[in-house]
Design a protein around this ligand. Structure first.
Ligand code: ADP
Length: 271
């Protein structure tokens, strides 16, 4: 054995001085109870990541589980509005308390902390990353399943969420064009580098259903997305059409009233 340089990354020996790679994962609030944690990610904004996160929470709640949503999309927080939640989150001496929706889903979002929810969040990346980490470390969750609406893309905020919250798996949301062009590939690689298992892909805005005849109109071409997902070894878990009723219910803060079954395979895989 050669002389020890104390740099374990350059040596394969398992001696008494060996140090493990440092983990940045943080524990949750000691007063919290959290079962499984799933992140919902996308390659870019506006593809329906928050909508899928909210719907997964609604379906898990309907299945009788205790559910929370951690809105880590700090610069585009749309979760509270979709649930019609506008009150401020409170705290006690143990930590921050999530706000409950009408069906009992626990929510935390930067919008629940702002004086005026239309105020923009003009913070730099490290501050935003710190706030998201606190949503994990300080909030008194009491949930079987926590869904994290991840920041879009693969920037420093997304990285700090991946590093600090111990995710059990991620679900990737992509539009058909994104899947084909593999804008999502960076998100896939990020999850792999962080050793987080990928459950699969939800293709959103796959098609439009004609309100008159019910025919599916594939807006962005047909049949290419399964092949694109498969090429990257990702199961296509669900396909969601553009649904005007869903858009309207979301705008009215009534996403819990939506009854579609498209995401059932995803929630079955999770539960
Ligand atoms: P992201 O979180 O990726 O930025 P959102 O979930 O906020 O995107 O979705 C962007 C907008 O598109 C929202 O107004 C949302 O209600 C709407 N939307 C998303 N998916 C659908 C869909 N399948 N049908 C109708 N509207 C949708």
């Amino acid at each position: 054995m050669s002389e020890c340089t104390h740099d374990c990354s350059t040596c394969g020996e398992s001696c008494g001085e060996r140090t493990e790679p440092q983990s940045f994962l943080k524990p949750h609030n000691p007063a919290a109870r959290v079962g499984k944690v799933y992140g919902v990610v996308s390659g870019k904004g506006g593809v329906g990541k928050s909508m899928v996160t909210s719907q997964l929470a609604v379906l898990a709640r309907r299945a009788g589980r205790r559910v929370g949503v951690l809105d880590a999309d700090v610069t585009g927080p749309s979760i509270p509005k979709a649930f019609g939640v506008h009150q401020r989150a409170m705290a006690d001496e143990r930590g921050m308390l999530p706000v409950e929706t009408k069906t009992g889903i626990q929510l935390i979002s930067v919008n629940l902390l702002l004086d005026d929810e239309t105020d923009p969040v003009i913070w730099r990346g490290p501050v935003i990353g710190g706030v998201v980490t606190q949503f994990w470390t300080d909030v008194i969750w009491d949930v079987d399943y926590l869904f994290v609406d991840m920041p879009p893309g693969t920037g420093d905020v997304a990285l700090s969420v991946f590093q600090s919250i111990p995710l059990d798996g991620i679900i990737i949301v992509a539009s058909p064009q994104e899947l084909v062009s593999m804008v999502v590939e960076k998100a896939v690689k990020m999850a792999e580098m962080m050793s987080v298992p990928i459950l699969g892909v939800v293709e959103n805005m796959s098609c439009l259903i004609c309100p008159d005849c019910g025919r599916e109109i594939p807006l962005f071409g047909q049949g290419k997305t399964e092949a694109a997902a498969e090429a990257h070894g990702l199961p296509l878990l669900a396909r969601m059409p553009i649904d005007p009723t869903l858009a309207q219910l979301t705008d009215e803060g009534r996403i819990e009233d939506h009854q579609s079954q498209q995401l059932t395979p995803v929630i079955e895989a999770i539960l």
